[in-house]
Design a protein around this ligand. Structure first.
Ligand code: CA
Length: 229
């Protein structure tokens, strides 16, 4: 496994199957991460971005469809291959409608799953090509890979911190209204603006040279924030 091996999150509560998948992916040169529930998967994803998710639907805490829907609602385009024993067509259509890249029914052959994973990863790379990398000062924001570098080193942002920065980056140089940021990151324009102030402070702490005198994320009082180039 190399440092730049593609990271694949395996979300599966069946331990023997998860171990087999992890071992298989490692043997293929990927860097697998694992989770046995939707909550554990969300925890992993808040810690670091991944290149692809293999997602079981029947999970102990929630339906895997919820995770799929939450990621796509948040405009997270990480490729997702759904892996499930549900082989009815309605379930498959729902998963694909929600934005799954592919759907593999158990029992499956490992070679088939690996082929689906390779295909979904290629698709992910194509999407990435369509999404820009935004540069501000010494900060590089890769919108598709959900990665942020400052002076060449990766900065760890939580999911909400990244969503906030990405919303500003999508309109770099233009002021973005408080309401739009609240809607994009917290799901409602009426969310408490104090959350926004707290998270703006956290992102500034991570990307600004001097967070007390921010030069990258500047405030337009009474309106919103601008990510300045
Ligand atoms: Ca299961």
């Amino acid at each position: 496994m190399t440092a730049d091996a593609q990271r694949i999150l395996v979300v599966e509560d069946d331990k023997p199957l998860r171990s087999t998948l992890v071992a298989t992916l490692k043997a293929e040169g990927y860097a697998p991460l694992e989770a046995g529930s939707v909550t554990a998967a969300q925890q992993r994803l808040s810690e670091r971005s991944v290149d692809l998710i293999v997602l079981d639907l029947g999970l102990p805490d929630q339906d895997g469809m919820n995770l799929l829907a939450a990621l796509r609602n948040a405009k997270d385009l990480t490729p997702i291959v759904v892996l499930t024993a549900r082989d009815n067509e309605a379930s498959k259509v729902l998963a694909l409608d929600l934005g799954a890249d592919d759907y593999v029914t158990k029992p499956f052959g490992v070679a088939e799953l690996l082929a689906r994973i390779r295909s979904a990863l290629r698709h992910g790379v194509q999407l990435r090509g369509a999404m820009p990398i935004v540069h501000v000062g010494d900060v590089e924001i890769d919108l598709a890979a959900r990665r942020v570098l400052k002076a060449g080193s990766e900065i760890k942002l939580s999911r909400k911190e990244f969503d906030l920065l990405a919303t500003l980056a999508a309109d770099v140089g233009q002021p973005v209204a408080h309401e739009r940021l609240l809607e994009q990151v917290w799901g409602s324009p009426d969310a408490d603006i104090r959350y926004l102030r707290v998270y703006i402070g956290q992102v500034r702490d991570k990307i600004e040279d001097n967070p007390q005198a921010p030069r990258l994320i500047v405030s337009t009082p009474g309106f919103g924030y601008t990510l300045r180039q």
